[in-house]
Design a protein around this ligand. Structure first.
Ligand code: ATP
Ligand code: MG
Length: 497
């Protein structure tokens, strides 16, 4: 390619819309252009790198024994109804109708389609195990597309699916893919870490994310230097308290006036108590029911943990009107005594200690001297809080630290979640019908390009590892007037075409 003919529209200035360095540099280097929110066109320069990344991913998958397929992007709703995800997936799923008014969606992932493919073909244990993957466009109507290629609505993913005969084989497939990912990301020269992860709307029993370490990452990682425990903050456990409920004396509840004190910080200052003596009662709408979740005043509620515990597809904070209806008070005065909600859950750290302060379900009032077991109807104590700096490792109880990461890959052990919903079975050696066990394995191919730039750039722009650089060699003819030099340059150029 001659630079003079190359379509590479570079920009001198940082575009105003770009917040992170990869987004700025991808635009400035003429690699991508925005079409509309969360949707980008790849220009020749960007497409060359993207193709190189796809090919490296392809090679690694093939080496791990996987076989490439290509599945349709548009998927019939009926398959999604079989697994229940048509209702459960939420608004990231872009739904549409065809001319016959039949429902379809743009594939955000392909578990249903691949399970449908396999259930029609696989009959016998002799056809298993098998691992199929594709590198293809996905569409997710993300609530907040941002950071260029990091969080788009349309993006390219490698998604792979393993089909196994039993738990042992399922475990082995998962391990092989974890290893393939380790080798892939190391081969790309990226500094990364595998962490325990939440399974989200994909589901399954076990999952790990592969995180490229970068300060601009959207994910927070909790890491223990003692035993190597590492988890996404969404998933990271807070260890349960070591003793149980203390039998300390707790006087009877006493109503105290707290005029205008809406927040934990306000109440703590007004009553001159530490924030951790106050119960923070948060109200949610969860698939049509009302839920109160209580955490200590110095802790944050982890909504992923709460949604998982409830098995909720949609979890949303109650608005002021719902708070008023359920508690009889303004926002800021909810508490577990006499609250009109369907379920009351509390963080397990509250099993330790009594004599709390909480909202009185009356505007401008709180209660002192609350003993949760005596005074409130807590249905369940569970791990509900987000890990904080002061917490220790849930496995070995040594100190933990935090890192930022960009999720570039995600592996899930699915078991029979999809095969039982969609009746994908095989006949074992004894002729018994059994559900196929599955795993699924994603890599954000477009996001990898952004992550590589986040880790490899300086004030002059990105410096890609040669394996993914758009070009490996730039040939300069320093004497264009000299015939011999020009002829040599030209012959070198055509030799590498
Ligand atoms: P996230 O937590 O970032 O939304 P996810 O858990 O929804 O990711 P998966 O369903 O596991 O993602 O998808 C597999 C991979 O696809 C992710 O590891 C990520 O690299 C990539 N990916 C997911 N969503 C996007 C997106 N909106 N834009 C670009 N890449 C994405
Ligand atoms: Mg997502």
């Amino acid at each position: 390619m001659r630079l003079s003919q190359y379509y590479v529209p570079t920009l001198r200035e940082d575009p105003a819309e770009a917040e992170v360095i990869s987004h700025k540099l991808l635009l400035r280097a003429g690699m991508i252009r925005k079409l509309t929110s969360g949707m980008y066109s790849f220009l020749p320069h960007g497409f060359r790198s993207l193709n190189k990344i796809s090919n490296i991913v392809r090679r690694e998958m093939d080496r791990a024994g996987c076989q490439e397929v290509l599945l349709p992007l548009v998927q019939p709703a009926d398959l999604w109804r079989e697994t229940g995800r048509w209702d459960l997936y939420g608004r990231e799923l872009l739904r549409m109708k065809d001319r016959h008014q039949r429902d379809y969606c743009l594939g955000p992932t392909h578990e249903e389609v691949i399970t449908d493919l396999v259930r029609d073909e696989i009959r016998s244990y002799r056809q298993l195990p098998v691992n199929l993957y594709q590198i293809q466009t996905k569409f997710r109507d993300e609530i907040r597309p941002r950071f260029g290629l990091m969080r788009c609505r349309e993006f390219i993913m490698k998604d792979g699916y393993s089909f196994d005969r039993d738990e042992k084989e399922n475990e082995e497939s998962y391990r092989i893919m974890q290893q393939a990912y380790e080798s892939l990301f190391s081969g790309l020269g990226l500094s990364f870490r595998a962490v325990e992860a939440d399974t989200g709307p994909i589901g399954g029993s076990q999952s790990h994310e592969f995180m490229v370490l970068a300060d601009t990452g959207e994910d927070s990682l909790v890491v223990c230097s003692g035993c190597g425990y590492a988890a996404n903050l969404e998933k990271a456990e807070v260890p349960s308290p070591q003793s149980g409920n203390t039998e300390a004396e707790c006087p009877q509840p006493e109503l105290v006036q707290t005029p205008g004190m809406h927040t934990v910080a306000d109440v703590a200052a007004y009553l001159d108590v530490p924030r951790n003596r106050i119960l923070k009662t948060l109200l949610y709408k969860s698939d049509g029911s009302s839920v109160a979740a209580i955490v200590p005043g110095d802790r944050e509620l982890n909504e992923t943990k709460l949604a998982n515990l409830l098995g909720a597809a949609e979890l949303e904070m109650a608005d002021a009107e719902a708070v008023q209806n359920w508690s009889g008070a303004e926002v800021g005065y909810s508490g577990p005594l006499g609250l009109a909600v369907d379920r009351v859950l509390a963080d397990h750290s509250l099993l330790e200690g009594t004599d709390w302060i909480c909202g009185a379900n009356q505007t401008d009032a709180h209660y002192r001297h609350i003993h949760l077991d005596r005074d409130a109807a807590v249905e369940l104590y569970a791990d509900l809080a987000t890990v904080g700096e002061e917490d220790v490792c849930p496995k070995c109880r040594t100190a933990i630290s935090f890192q930022k990461g960009i999720e570039v890959g995600h592996v899930f052990k699915l078991g029979t979640k999809y095969s039982s919903a969609m009746n994908a079975t095989y006949l074992d050696a004894e002729g018994r019908e059994r559900h196929i066990l599955m795993g699924c394995y994603g890599i954000g191919v477009t996001r990898l390009l952004a992550a590589a730039i986040e880790q490899n750039h300086d004030e002059n722009g990105p410096f890609f590892p040669p394996s993914i650089a758009p070009f490996e060699v730039e040939l300069l003819n320093l004497g264009p007037q000299e015939e011999e030099l020009s002829a040599t340059a030209e012959s070198l150029r055509s030799a590498v075409l």
